[in-house]
Design a protein around this ligand. Structure first.
Ligand code: F0G
Length: 296
């Protein structure tokens, strides 16, 4: 967990903590559940693991399958996944098939193929994934010495929200869970959460999580603030929770916001939104002049 004192001040909060998931082995929170899901698949004699993914589940499945000596098959929505995530997944040895359609189409196809019994599905529909993802909540409660006033996290398919809800139920904690989705689910610039119909929508509803909505402009503002004000570079989707907090929509004085994936997962998005560099001659006067101009 990392403190975010400048953003806390900006949001008039006593304490703002970030559950930084970007330092997991493949750069996102997916590893928490994937290590469990792949280990359990191996125990049960699985021959191939399968997932549909907007990129992070893909990289995690590929990595843990390779560690276990198993092949992995990954379905991604064609043309809608960060190139860095695809490169990571390909490098890790997965067979990557780009499905003509959305993530939702790819997930449906993956479920139907898994139902034939030839592949083990390692999307968060697999309960072993959710078991692993509960550990984020356990760690936070342990580290803070008790629950925060609320947990805030992005809402894509809702697997992580339902995992957090399960963990809180097991700890018998009534801590509010705030799940933040994009106003433009099928078209948001945050491709990780470009999901039309969340597969865990019923579980999220039953969990009592409060669902908030942020638009892409709010998401980008929070994403850039986290980087420039706190020195933490995440991928766009990861800033969804923070966007709702900065808007003042989450009650409490001590909040934990989950930052789900690393900024290097989607460098092309950063390239589109970060200030462009200025070309300059290799001359100290020119450099000092250009630097002063940039500050103004
Ligand atoms: N943040 C990141 C970085 C993600 O990759 C995802 C989902 C979410 C948030 C949303 O979490 O689905 O549990 O509500 N990524 C999936 C994938 C869809 O295929 O990598 P959720």
């Amino acid at each position: 967990m990392l403190a975010a004192p400048r953003l806390a001040r900006r949001a008039s909060l006593r304490e703002l903590w970030l559950k930084w998931e970007a330092s997991n082995p493949t750069g996102s929170y997916k590893d928490r559940g994937m290590t469990v899901a792949v280990s359990r698949a191996v125990e049960r004699g699985a021959e191939t693991v399968l997932c549909a993914s907007t990129g992070n589940t893909a990289a995690s499945a590929a990595a843990y399958a390779a560690r276990a000596g198993l092949p992995s098959l990954v379905l991604t929505p064609e043309g809608a996944v960060s190139g860095a995530k695809l490169a990571q997944t390909r490098m890790l040895g997965a067979t990557v098939l780009e499905v003509r359609g959305s993530f939702d189409d790819a997930l449906r196809a993956a479920q139907e193929l898994a139902d034939r019994g030839t592949h083990v599905l390692v999307n968060s529909l697999n309960p072993d994934r959710r078991e692993g993802q509960k550990t984020a909540v356990f760690e936070v409660v342990e580290e803070l010495g008790g629950p925060p006033d609320a947990f805030v996290l992005p809402y894509g398919g809702g697997g992580n929200t339902s995992s957090y809800a399960q963990a809180l139920a097991e700890l018998d904690l009534p801590t509010p869970l705030v799940s933040v989705e994009s106003a433009d689910r099928p078209g948001t610039l945050a491709t990780a959460i470009r999901i039309g119909a969340p597969v865990h929508a019923d579980a999220v509803r039953l969990s009592g999580a409060r669902v908030l909505v942020v638009d892409d402009a709010e998401l980008v503002a929070a994403w850039r603030a986290l980087a420039a004000d706190e020195g933490l570079f995440c991928e766009p989707s990861s800033a969804a929770g923070l966007a709702a907090v900065l808007r003042g929509d989450v009650e409490g004085d001590r909040l934990v916001v989950t930052i789900t994936g690393h900024g290097l997962k989607d460098p092309a998005a950063a390239d589109r939104h970060a200030p462009a560099p200025t070309a300059v001659a290799a001359d100290p006067d020119a450099i000092a002049g250009a630097s002063a101009a940039r500050k103004r």
